[in-house]
Design a protein around this ligand. Structure first.
Ligand code: HEM
Length: 394
């Protein structure tokens, strides 16, 4: 990469290149790995952290707070007092540790692997619907959005008759093209729906996550907040990754060929593409609770701090030739699922969904192709990175 000096260092979280972090973030990694910049989009100053080891140190240190109920927290704008209870992603210890401890064993590898037949069914049913509908369409709406919402509905044991309602509202909530009010209404509809499940299962406990959370001591509101968080955290993220993985393989026939020649590479491919796209970068936003030494700098108490996970996952000291997609790299040490106490609880669910999509999609639709070049796709620039639509034919 050519090195031009930073003329007026200003931070932007906007993603400009679908295939990589903004140039300024890469320059920061080389020239000022831990530094304070203006962040005009938020009218704040922000400390950015760009080297892999520093981002991990920061995410692993609870003096960098995730507690959005604090008015000084950079994500306080999105804080909602009601859904906060149970939303472990926006809590600090000891509250966070108690609630996370209560849900942890729902996400063991064994439990997640047991989801395989259901996920295969959801992927196959989505492809059946694609085939029944003709020979072209938008893969985001045909596959990427429905599969993760059905998986979360399944995790919460949402009755099959309500999957349509759940899926429709999950899709509206995840659609960044829609007005904010419409998305909020969909989010509330889901929370209200989960509240009904919580009340029913408090009366008549079943063999499901919600019932077990209530039996383990969760309050009504905590159980609602947790069910809601699983959807918020697990739907759009996984959906975006499904679209990006499929897009990459359609755009790079050489990579697709590698997987066809050796399907055992699928796991490594999923890991490498998680690293490569690192779609949930805003997960690295924190508030410094005290003066903290990091990367040779002192970050003062009260500072907004942004761990640039996307840039960290391209750190050449950890990932040689970081801009190359290499399915044999062994990239499992990436931080696309975060790191430390808040590391993604649903990561093995997301991995399994991606693996199953790759196992089934190209086998069932061998002629799948992009209808427009990647340069014409509309990418999401903020928040979770992804594609608005992926027009394909099969
Ligand atoms: C490719 C898909 C996914 C990506 C890239 C992703 C990424 C992340 C990241 C970066 C964090 C850490 C946020 C932070 O440090 O503040 C996180 C947390 C979390 N994720 Fe995921 N996630 C994905 C899928 C899922 C799924 C499928 C679920 C649930 C079924 C899920 C549930 C959660 C939860 C509950 C947390 C909060 C954990 C805590 O605060 O203790 N995620 N995720």
């Amino acid at each position: 990469m050519t090195k031009t000096p930073l003329v007026k260092p200003e931070f932007s979280a906007k993603r400009t290149d679908p295939y990589g972090p903004p140039t300024i973030h890469r320059q920061l990694q080389v020239e000022s790995p831990v530094t304070e910049l203006d962040w005009p989009e938020t009218r704040r100053k922000v400390w950015t952290v760009a080297k892999y080891e520093d981002v991990r140190a920061m995410l692993g240190d609870t003096r960098f707070s995730s507690d959005r109920s604090r008015p000084e927290h950079p994500a306080h704008v999105a804080y909602d007092e009601v859904s906060h209870q149970g939303a472990i992603i926006e809590m600090d210890p000891p509250e966070h540790s108690v609630l996370r401890g209560r849900i942890m064993n729902e996400f063991t590898v064994k439990k997640i692997n047991a989801l395989r037949p259901r996920i295969e069914q959801f992927v196959n049913e989505s492809i059946d619907a694609m085939l029944a509908s003709g020979n072209e369409g938008d893969l985001v709406h045909l596959l990427s959005l429905p599969v993760p919402s059905l998986v979360i509905a399944d995790l919460l044991d949402v009755p099959e008759k309500d999957h349509g309602f759940f899926q429709k509202n999950a899709e509206i909530f995840a659609d960044g093209n829609l007005p904010q009010d419409e998305r909020k209404a969909a989010s509330r509809a889901i929370a209200d729906y989960i509240a009904v499940l919580v009340d029913e299962r408090t009366e008549n406990p079943g063999d499901d996550i919600i019932s077990r959370q209530i039996q383990a001591g969760s309050t009504r509101q905590e159980a609602i907040g947790l069910g809601h968080l699983l959807l918020i955290a697990g739907h759009e993220t996984t959906s975006n990754m499904i679209s990006l993985v499929v897009m990459t393989l359609l755009d790079r026939p050489d990579l697709r060929q590698q997987l066809e020649d050796d399907p055992k590479l699928i796991r490594g491919a999923v890991e490498e593409l998680l690293r490569y796209f690192t779609i949930a970068e805003p997960g690295g936003l924190r508030l410094a609770l005290e003066d903290i030494e990091l990367g040779g700098q002192t970050i003062p108490a009260g500072s907004t701090v942004f761990g640039l996970a996307n840039t960290a996952n391209r750190d050449p000291d950890v990932f040689p030739n970081p801009d190359e997609i290499d399915f044999k790299r062994g990239a499992r040490n990436h931080i696309a699922f975060g790191f430390g106490p808040h590391q993604c609880l649903g990561q093995n669910v997301a991995r399994l969904e991606l693996i199953i999509v790759l196992e089934i999609l190209f086998e069932r639709l061998p002629n799948l192709k992009l209808n427009v070049p990647v340069s014409e796709l509309r990418f999401k620039e903020y928040s979770n990175f992804g594609i608005h639509e992926l027009p394909v034919s099969w």
